[in-house]
Design a binder for this molecule. Structure first.
Ligand SMILES: C[S@@+](CC[C@H](N)C(=O)[O-])C[C@H]1O[C@@H](n2cnc3c(N)ncnc32)[C@H](O)[C@@H]1O
Length: 358
């Protein structure tokens, strides 16, 4: 168990600004399921929230088993201590070093919520990281990548207040703030290419990606135009059937790995089963969920990555309803499956799901 580094009584979660309520609702539900009593403190559009438990030991025990994958709307999380307030702008390092004195870490993330008020602090976080790491190393408190050592999180909520926290190695998002730094390639047909890339690095380990996305495998892309997702899959070596009434980008027209079908994504089916189904059609989540489950129940694909476009209200409920529809259909068909759902950095009013046969 993570040592009592600070008086830990709360979990801190980063989320997309505007989704604090959805994230809180889910944290509350998962905590209740684990028998941990407490409440969430969230303010709209701040990009973060905390869960405060009545019993610190129960909280720490729950955190041991908690995975970011369990929480759709959380981008980052840590077991947090009391905020360090009134940090002097000319020496923020001093009080922070005093608070972590003598403890050892395998890594450190300096973070801030991704919201309008705190976005300017991202520069401070980047500038602060190097000197902090150097100071910690010099004192023998930082051993980068050493297994078993926790990661230190320092979350600046304003320029003079930081919340210190910890997570187990591999437990929190590997990138600070859970924001992957992905660059759009010049010839990518659309920014959506980044969305699929983020989904692939989130849901698959590098080994799985090598094994599951390679030459010789086939994919169907429903709602493919202009072709960001198709382009991404083709880059990994797959043959792609792109289904959309709209036109594909120039770079994909006549491409030897792409077959464009001007068809309705809700009626199209491949002649033989494919490994991958991907779907980015803008449709009601229930309709997309039914379609994905139907493909899988018929054995038309092994795995699917798809977006569920969210309604304005009760977003968490809409996602849960979609999952229930998928579960009902696949349980009826006796198809064992797993599903992971995350609100990715490149998702706006949607979440991304990874459904697979197991
Ligand atoms: C958000 S865009 C997809 C972007 C694409 N993933 C990319 O990376 O470039 C949604 C696409 O779904 C298509 N679409 C919507 N309903 C469809 C349907 N019933 N059948 C096929 N395509 C559909 C639209 O024509 C549109 O091109």
């Amino acid at each position: 168990m993570l040592a009592a580094m600070f008086a830990q009584r709360q979990l801190l979660f980063l989320t997309r600004a505007g989704f604090e309520g959805d994230c809180a609702a889910q944290v509350q539900a998962v905590a209740a399921e684990a028998g941990v009593h407490g409440f969430c403190k969230a303010r709209a559009d701040t990009g973060y929230l905390t869960f405060i438990a009545h019993d610190a030991d129960a909280l720490a025990e729950w955190f041991e088993t908690l995975a970011l994958d369990d929480l759709i709307f959380a981008r980052q999380m840590n077991l947090a201590g009391e905020p360090l307030e009134d940090l002097p702008p000319d020496n923020r390092l001093g009080p922070i070093l005093a608070a972590i004195e003598g403890q050892q870490f395998g890594g450190v993330h300096v973070e801030t919520p991704d919201a309008e008020a705190t976005r300017p602090l991202m520069r401070l976080c980047r500038k602060f990281t190097k000197p902090l790491e150097q100071s910690m190393r010099k004192r023998g408190w930082l051993y980068p990548g050493k297994p078993d050592l926790p990661r230190l999180h320092l979350t600046f909520v304003d320029s003079t207040t930081v919340i210190p926290g910890v997570s187990h190695p591999g437990q929190a998002a590997p990138q600070p703030m859970g924001i992957p730094r992905l660059k759009l390639a010049k010839d990518a047909p659309s920014r959506s290419a980044l969305k699929l890339e983020e989904a692939l690095i989130t849901f698959l380990s590098p080994e799985e990606r090598k094994d599951l996305l390679r030459a010789g495998l086939e994919a169907v892309d429903l709602g493919a135009a202009p072709g960001g997702w198709t382009w991404q899959l083709v880059r990994d070596g797959l043959m792609v059937t792109a289904v959309d009434n709209g036109p594909m980008a120039e770079v994909l027209i006549g491409h030897h790995s792409v077959e464009h079908h001007r068809d309705d994504g809700f009626t199209f089916r491949p002649e033989r089963p494919v490994e991958w189904l991907v779907c980015d059609m803008v449709e009601k989540p229930s309709r997309v969920a039914d379609l994905m489950a139907d493909w899988m129940a018929h054995g038309d694909c092994q795995r699917a990555i798809f977006n569920l476009k969210l309604p304005m209200k009760k977003r968490q409920q809409a996602v849960m309803d979609a999952v229930e529809r998928i579960a009902d259909r696949l349980e009826d068909a006796e198809v064992p499956f797993e599903i992971s759902i995350r609100h990715l950095y490149h998702d706006r009013d949607e979440v991304t799901a990874y459904l697979r046969r197991v």
